[in-house]
Design a binder for this molecule. Structure first.
Ligand code: R5P
Length: 270
């Protein structure tokens, strides 16, 4: 692995503990103005100081993140379908490697839809992006996207994650499921989990905790952070689980209830 690739991977996966809290705000690329993310700049500004990296499209990066802000960027490079279109799996690469470099991306994200109509096309997107990333020392995050008809179980997710790793993805994003440790064991690169639909805070923290306990290297979480009534407290709680090994009860007590305590302003990155 070349120096640039190692350096960028360490920016994403953490230099000390190999874990990451990636803030996902790329939903608009197929969902439009998703609830809670109507104004990305307003959402991002208070949350970015607590994120190890941010996953987003180039449009939102340019318009909603100050270039002076030092947060590693995971740039979404695949897209091409909308929630009301023919088939969400019909994706292509939507930004060039040159633009990713201009935007100082530390990682490139591409979805693969295993078992879908356009499975082959999305795997070719991954293959091409890995080639381009390798050329310039930029790692690739494969997002194992799940179609409506797919069951999110360890057999299916294990298949999707392993294929993504075999294609050369440096990090794979998937969903937590029962027997998640079997998914981790059969995937030779770090796994991060998506948060999925909004859950009660305690349940979302439990999800993060269970995933980390089963071997996940971190989270790539969106809705369960910015759709929370207390998003900053929520991302702090997620950090405490991922990086500090706190229990759900401890984080719930310390962070979720901190919104009632105006004096708590801890910023773990500063
Ligand atoms: C989904 O298409 C996006 O890639 C999201 O980044 C991903 O699903 C993670 O966000 P959430 O935690 O809201 O599921």
């Amino acid at each position: 692995m070349n120096w640039g690739m190692k350096n960028r991977l360490s920016l994403i996966m953490g230099q000390d503990d190999g874990r990451c809290v990636m803030l996902a705000v790329d939903h608009g690329y197929f969902l439009g103005p998703t609830e809670g993310l109507e104004n990305p700049r307003e959402v991002l500004t208070p949350l970015l100081p607590f994120a190890d990296s941010v996953m987003l499209t180039r449009g939102i990066l340019r318009t909603s993140v100050r270039p002076e802000f030092r947060v590693p960027v995971v740039l979404r490079i695949s897209g091409g379908s909308s929630i009301i279109g023919e088939d969400l799996s019909k994706e292509a690469l939507i930004a060039s490697i040159e633009d990713a470099i201009r935007l100082n991306a530390s990682c490139l994200a591409v979805s693969v839809f295993i078992g879908s109509k356009y499975e082959h096309q999305t795997l070719m997107n991954l293959a091409r992006l890995v080639d381009e990333g390798e050329r310039y020392g930029i790692p690739v995050l494969a997002v194992t996207a799940v179609g409506r008809e797919m069951t999110r179980d360890s057999r299916y997710l294990g298949l999707a994650c392993r294929i993504a790793a075999e294609f050369g993805a440096h990090i794979v994003k998937t969903y937590y499921c029962n027997d998640f440790d079997t998914v981790v064991r059969s995937c030779p690169v770090p796994l991060v989990i998506a948060g999925g639909k909004k859950l009660p805070e305690k349940d979302a923290l439990q999800l993060a905790h269970d995933a980390i306990s089963s071997g996940a290297s971190g989270v790539d979480m969106g809705r369960n952070i910015w759709q929370s009534k207390t998003p900053v407290s929520m991302i702090k709680a997620v950090r405490a689980i991922v990086h500090d090994g706190l229990t759900v009860e401890e984080t719930n007590r310390t962070f979720i209830h901190e919104s009632t305590n105006a004096n708590v302003t801890t910023n773990p990155q500063k």
